[in-house]
Design a protein around this ligand. Sequence first.
Ligand SMILES: Nc1ncnc2c1ncn2[C@@H]1O[C@H](COP(=O)(O)OP(=O)(O)OP(=O)(O)O)[C@@H](O)[C@H]1O
Ligand SMILES: [Zn+2]
Length: 766
Amino acid sequence: MSKQQSLFDDAPAEWELDAQSQRLVATVVLGEGATGEYDYLVPEALSDRERGEYFLEVGRRVRVPFGRSNRKVVGYCVALETKLVDAARLKSVAEVIDAHALLSPAMLRLTRWMADYYLCKWGEVLEAVVPAGVRLLAGTRKVTLLAVPEDVRETMGQLKLGSPQQRKALDYLAGCGRTLTTAQLADAVGCTAGPIKQLLKKGLIESHEKRVRSGEFDEITAERESPLVLNEDQQRAFDAINAALESGEARGMVLFGVTGSGKTEVYLQAIERVVGYGRQAIVLVPEISLTPQTVRRFRARFDGVAVLHSHQSHVERHREWQRIARGEVQVVVGARSAVFAPTPNLGLIVVDEEHESSFKQDSSPRYHARDVAWQRAQAEEIPLVLGSATPSLESWYKTEQSEFARLDLPSRVSNRPLPDVVTVDLRDSAHTKFSRGAISRPLHQAMVAALRDQGQVILLLNRRGFSTHVQCPACGYVAECPACEMSLTFHRQESILRCHYCDYHEPPPVNCPDCKSPAIRYGGMGTQKLEAEVLARFPEHTCERMDTDSMRKAGSHQQVLDRFSKGEIDILLGTQMIAKGLDFPNVTLVGVINADTALHLPDFRAGERTFQLVAQVAGRTGRGEKGGRVLVQTLSPEHMAIRAAVRHDFEMFAEEDLTTRRQLGYPPFGSMIRILVRGPAEETARAVAEGLAERLKREVTGEEGIRIMGPAAAAIPKLRDHYRFQIQLQAPTLDPLRSAVQRATTRWKVPDGVFLAVDVDPWDMM
Ligand SMILES: Nc1ncnc2c1ncn2[C@@H]1O[C@H](COP(=O)(O)OP(=O)(O)OP(=O)(O)O)[C@@H](O)[C@H]1O
Ligand SMILES: [Zn+2]
């Protein structure tokens, strides 16, 4: 009876109890491969702080034997605990990789939250949070350092040694007052490694490993600037942030300031306070705004500024990360992933241009840096400032709900007026019959006038390339990418047809491949064609094009901006790259060639994106004494997003768009998860998507308010030879959606060759 009983009891059986003992156990999460958490014994040598740098603590990485083959894999130690375990059943940690913890307990909790929230593996999040340069220990090397142990020192004189060289080496090492590598010691006493090895073998010398940095780097310095005197609105915003800093609470604040209202000055002065408390600040900016110009503004105010962005080498990233972790840095300025900077005593996070879509990562873990920043701010009980002239409706809605405070900078500094914005209706033939090009008669005239008065002009066209489709007028053939089935863009400089989704390219056809007609037509307007048109219309003026094609070389972006700021370029044209954050007082005219490019995309944020783009590019003018104006060419001047942008009326836009979203249950009124299923075989991918949708629907039967749409072909139905299907889940709150996806996907095997991407709070709807 008792035996039988014990089989079903929770308490271990007696024979099991015997095998158990109190041991130090490390919980390890693998960086790649298997999900889950695994327990390992910690050998005594690795648990001893006294023995060199390579002891185990939470947040360091380890090498552990894994699986039946016991191959060595890398994992993160996420917990250490002495507990009762059956030691015979556990494997042991083989090696400690890092000399310092890569993640603090707080950062580990943040990554854990991310894995839960974004429905991805914890290990995957850890690998994303710690930059590759840090994981690879780039720019450092491991050296073995030698020393004479204390007890040997005492008896050294009486020791009988095998050779005079051993004696020389031992005496030198004992007397030199520091640790040496074998090579250094051999060099110093003029012997080979042999005698030193003998000493090691006899235990007369001991060795330990250490990581050292290979190479030093120059600091970039900027000329010092003193703080400006804040205007009344700036002062009010600053006071509010300061009060939040002093409160010691997590408070979210939206700094809603029109373009040119001096938001950056407010951040700078708030950060000064933070630094005054001996703490650090993180400033997130969109990758594209992370220019030397931006960094200089911070370097001009603070001693220790670290920069983190994706174009850095592993060595640079690793070095910055270490400086931050050592507390040598006051301000971290960086793109999305800088939200994970290992600041030891964080005091403030700022997200500038918080509406920017580049804060959302488009590969797993698909996190949004602003939302992670809020999570981190709450964990560290510090304020979060979200700055924008066109806040995301998610953040805006939080201010309406009083979850976030709202700080307004309603006017430009020095009371400069916002520029006049007028639309040019492209449907009106009087505007366009002047020419068949992209520049309407009113825009042409405005350019003539601006240039005549020595002003500079910015033209925005959010499509790169020369012509956006290549068509045969005789049979209707359109050149398409074989892998994506999207129309190919003609690039005139390289004389090539290129796919903007996968970079496939081919030479342009001489005759139509279908009907052999020689009359191939290059339709649609890209920045290259616009450039040709500008050069033809304004031959006496200098013009420069800025898009990802012309800006491929590192530094070219900055070069063009520098020349533009010096007045060496009259007309700057380009894609959205030129819409953001530039501050050039001599720009008196902005022309938007086609405001509609993003307006009719199947995306509930299409209106928001259009509004933001027009409002932001309009903000590039009228920043100096000459004032400025904006001409917006459009086929839909009556569209609410465009009407609101013309009036600089964010609140009108927000109110109307939020009304629509409320009716349709779109974020921020409801939550959304998008699942993308893709694969090279259309039928297989579709079947998997259908199977998954069915499982999901089964999981949520009886639950209220959950909508599951699809599967349907994605807006880009084929990309890089993969067919794409999407399932969209919506509900008033996220939790039931997350748990439905979890239940439907655990213990469900996706067939080989089919890929699944689960996107929580999706931004990319294509
Ligand atoms: N209190 C002030 N007094 C005088 N000049 C100021 C003041 N605050 C900011 N400025 C100047 O005004 C210009 C615009 O400021 P800033 O770039 O901070 O604005 P912003 O709101 O961040 O602009 P945007 O959103 O358009 O990038 C800068 O040249 C800045 O030096
Ligand atoms: Zn393609």
